[in-house]
Design a protein around this ligand. Structure first.
Ligand SMILES: Nc1ncnc2c1ncn2[C@@H]1O[C@H](COP(=O)(O)OP(=O)(O)OP(=O)(O)O)[C@@H](O)[C@H]1O
Length: 278
């Protein structure tokens, strides 16, 4: 394993809004992800999972004193222009829950996969085409689909295209935000298998999910967020098998309800009582 983590956050605080309207949603979050590692991020709706991902991409500005270092660069210290260049470099890529959000409906899927390389520039057209073909193969898509538009594909195929597009810049860090939750169970399994294959490719993965079964299947370590705070982190088997924090115990105990996106009111009330008294 290389010495330097691909991602390191320290004292990460994020607020939304300004002045009196400012609301802190992430508090003092610190963690690392290394090359080849797959890290799950779990926590109920609104716990700050996507906000942390946005901070890694420089889409939200963390508070002073926070640091988010990606491949040796502290993104919190970059100017707006340098941040755009950082995102264009493709060192970090983000896959959304709904691939229709990340794919341009007016581009064929082949064009969509090529786009990040064309934006970054510096490659001949033949090299771009070869990279698109290679990624199609890597995500096990039929090459005959290259000329189709996103609307002409199934949800599972579209998510493969979104993953291929994310991989085409050879990212060091791939953030997957609920990548399987919009899919039916057969496609969900296929995409998880695919992500399992990608794990060996030395890409660091962050896998944000409500589905603890998926997290158990493809991550080495897991971070547990509760109201914007990192309450527990460790090996996934330990976190899901023998959680120590009361919130994680509740989350794991109510796993089936989490599939719906949020724990129920009764559990939440119980949790509050437990946390206050723990
Ligand atoms: N652009 C925004 N402006 C103001 N508040 C926001 C914004 N985006 C998110 N929030 C708030 O920040 C908190 C954390 O939201 P975030 O989307 O990071 O949670 P999450 O854990 O990813 O939730 P989910 O599982 O529903 O995606 C929530 O209270 C949310 O309402």
């Amino acid at each position: 394993m290389p010495e330097r983590p691909v991602l390191q956050t320290r004292s990460l605080d994020v607020h939304y809004g300004r002045g009196r309207a400012a609301k802190q949603v992430v508090f003092d979050v610190g963690f690392e992800v290394r090359a080849g590692e797959s890290v799950g991020v779990i926590g109920e709706t609104g716990s700050g999972k996507s906000t942390i991902a946005r901070a890694v991409l420089g889409l939200v500005r963390p508070a002073k004193g926070s640091s988010v270092t990606v491949d040796g660069t502290d993104v919190t210290a970059l100017s707006a222009r340098a941040l755009r260049a950082f995102r264009r470099s493709g060192v970090v890529q983000y896959v959304f829950q709904d691939p229709l959000r990340s794919l341009d409906p007016d581009l064929t899927v082949g064009q969509s996969i090529a786009e990040p390389l064309l934006i970054r520039g510096g490659l001949r057209r033949s090299a771009v085409d070869a990279a698109v073909r290679e990624r199609f193969e890597q995500v096990q898509l039929d090459p005959a689909l290259t000329g189709r538009f996103p609307a002409e594909l199934s949800g599972g195929q579209r998510q493969r295209v979104a993953i291929a597009r994310a991989l085409v810049t050879d990212p060091k860090l791939l953030i997957l935000d609920e990548p399987v939750s919009a899919l039916d169970s057969a496609n969900r399994v296929r995409i998880l298998e695919l992500l399992g294959i990608l794990r060996s490719a030395d890409v660091a993965l962050i896998f944000i999910s409500h589905d603890l079964g998926s997290v158990a299947g493809i991550t080495d370590r897991t971070l547990v967020l509760y109201h914007g705070r990192l309450v527990e982190q460790g090996e996934t088997a330990q976190i899901l098998g023998a959680p120590t924090h009361p919130y994680t115990r509740l989350l794991v105990g109510s796993a089936p309800t989490l599939a719906g996106g949020s724990i129920d009111r009764e559990s939440r009330d119980l949790l509050r009582t437990e946390l206050v008294t723990s």
